[in-house]
Design a protein around this ligand. Structure first.
Ligand code: HEC
Ligand code: HEC
Ligand code: HEC
Ligand code: HEC
Ligand code: HEC
Ligand code: HEC
Ligand code: HEC
Length: 311
């Protein structure tokens, strides 16, 4: 019990440490907000219900909705729609072949974008489907959130795994790329216990990409090179330190000895951290608990003897 309570205290401290990352107030300038609201006046659920114009292709519009709320919270929430879509969308009817004028990711993300592009081009996704498979097959530029902003490893895993599963678990989307049968994900991963449980806590890319110093490698590897060593994660030197857990102020986590506690699950396991103080405190609390129980037992024995003596 004491250990569980101790773990709860640690969890609360961890949550408090994470707060600054969640409170990322978007200071979007007034002009951008107004311009974006003009687009959203049509391209939103609200716009579809109350179209600002009578002469619109509503059927077409219904497939082109963007959530303004999610957009505002996304990594691109401070951008103007027209920064990516260009000026030709500002007037309606939209002019020209504007669909092909959307800026590409590396247009703005000059370093990271080009690095990802080079890695992505070495994957089967790209090699087998060079035209159909793009950055936006995985990333929704209108909703994507930063890992730190999401606040917990599980929520990052949910966002990142949804990218992959929306396609790998869908016959419809899979079928848009290939006639090859779609491998069942749970069956393919039955070599590990409870894959579904794992995917709540760990990302596809944590096993299917090689580790790299900064950011997430986009070199998705297949069954020959994917991680299958349990100890790669379930050990004191877990590879997750430099992957999933890196988003949560790793140095601090490490300093406090939290990293392994997170991997080991809910319970605090003595020896699982490199912080000797935490271990000593836990031993101390355990000793107090055991001592307390011993004392309680001793008192009961004495009381029983006293009672017997009276009889
Ligand atoms: C008056 C309503 C209205 C406004 C304002 C509007 N759109 Fe559209 N948009 C539409 C409709 C309706 C379509 C569906 C296809 C069509 O009729 O052109 C569309 C289509 C699109 C498409 C898909 C085009 C394609 O080629 O498939 C994009 C992207 C788009 N709009 C972006 C924007 C952006 C960005 C803005 C703001 C700068 C904007 N729209 C403003 C109504 C609007
Ligand atoms: C960071 C760049 C970026 C920003 C900012 C952005 N978009 Fe887009 N948008 C894209 C890309 C890229 C696509 C093409 C997605 C694809 O290929 O499926 C797209 C597609 C669309 C589409 C067509 C949807 C579809 O399914 O084909 C609409 C409508 C749209 N955006 C509206 C907006 C509106 C409204 C805003 C502002 C609130 C906005 N976008 C802001 C990059 C952006
Ligand atoms: C018009 C320029 C522009 C385009 C085009 C653009 N972005 Fe961004 N992106 C930004 C800006 C500005 C930020 C915010 C900078 C920051 O927070 O680091 C950002 C932030 C991000 C982030 C979070 C920052 C990070 O490195 O973790 C991701 C991920 C991202 N963009 C992905 C994309 C993807 C994928 C595309 C293509 C679909 C794209 N962007 C297209 C301007 C752009
Ligand atoms: C838009 C659909 C789509 C998305 C999104 C997607 N995949 Fe795929 N993936 C495919 C298809 C289709 C293939 C089969 C390619 C082929 O055989 O032509 C594939 C193949 C693979 C393979 C086998 C590749 C090999 O080299 O043997 C792996 C592993 C994989 N995907 C992992 C992922 C991961 C991890 C993600 C998310 C980060 C992801 N996929 C996102 C459609 C998708
Ligand atoms: C714990 C590590 C791990 C995680 C997490 C993981 N995979 Fe895998 N994956 C593997 C290994 C190892 C294999 C090879 C299995 C085998 O022996 O066939 C594999 C096989 C695959 C294959 C078949 C590849 C091929 O070449 O035929 C696909 C597709 C795939 N994974 C996609 C995913 C997706 C999508 C996710 C996230 C939902 C995911 N994986 C999560 C390790 C992992
Ligand atoms: C197969 C799916 C997939 C494709 C395709 C893909 N990405 Fe990513 N990308 C991811 C995942 C998963 C992350 C994980 C981290 C996160 O949540 O930010 C990521 C992260 C990023 C980041 C954040 C920085 C980092 O290193 O973590 C950027 C920037 C980015 N991608 C750009 C791109 C660009 C540009 C392309 C196209 C050349 C692209 N991505 C294609 C899945 C994909
Ligand atoms: C990519 C990293 C990774 C790999 C590889 C991996 N695991 Fe896990 N595993 C995790 C994470 C993260 C959790 C969730 C821990 C938590 O949040 O409690 C987990 C949870 C578990 C659990 C459930 C523990 C509990 O709290 O109930 C078991 C059992 C398990 N893993 C066994 C294995 C085995 C056996 C292998 C090898 C066949 C393996 N794992 C490979 C990361 C991994």
């Amino acid at each position: 019990m004491t250990q569980i309570r101790f773990a709860a205290v640690l969890a609360v401290l961890l949550a408090i440490a994470g707060l600054p990352y969640m409170a990322r107030a978007a200071d979007v300038d007034e002009e951008t907000t107004q311009a974006n609201n003009q687009c959203l006046a049509c391209h939103s659920e609200e716009g579809l219900k109350n179209p600002p114009r009578a002469d619109m292709n509503l059927k077409g519009l219904a497939r082109l909705l963007v959530s303004g709320e999610r957009f505002a919270q996304s990594v691109h929430g401070e951008e103007a729609c027209k920064d990516c879509h260009g000026d030709s969308y500002v007037q309606y009817p939209h002019v020209g072949n504007s669909r092909y004028q959307i800026k590409t990711c590396p247009d703005c993300h000059k370093t990271a974008g080009r690095e990802k592009l080079a890695q992505f081009q070495q994957t089967l996704h790209y090699k087998n489907h060079p035209l159909a498979f793009t950055c936006t097959s995985c990333h929704d530029p209108h909703a994507l959130q930063k890992p730190k902003q999401l606040g917990s490893a599980k929520r990052v895993a949910a966002q990142d795994n949804t990218m992959c599963r929306d396609c790998h678990d869908s016959d419809y989307r899979w079928g848009q790329f290939t006639t090859r049968p779609r491998p069942n994900l749970v069956k393919t991963h039955s070599w590990q216990p409870n894959p579904e449980l794992h995917w709540q806590s760990v990302r596809c890319v944590d096993c299917h990409t090689p580790p790299q110093e900064q950011g997430t490698s986009h070199l998705i590897v297949g069954k020959d090179k994917a991680e299958r060593d349990c100890a790669a994660c379930h050990s004191a030197s877990s590879s997750l330190r430099t992957r999933l857990y890196r988003y949560f102020a790793e140095q601090e986590l490490e300093k406090q000895g939290f990293v392994n506690a997170a991997i080991m699950g809910q319970a605090y396991v003595v020896g699982a951290t490199r912080n000797a103080w935490v271990d000593w405190i836990t031993w101390g609390l355990t000793a107090l608990m055991v001592g307390g129980l011993g004392l309680h037992g001793l008192l009961r024995i004495i009381a029983a003897m006293v009672r017997k003596g009276r009889h």
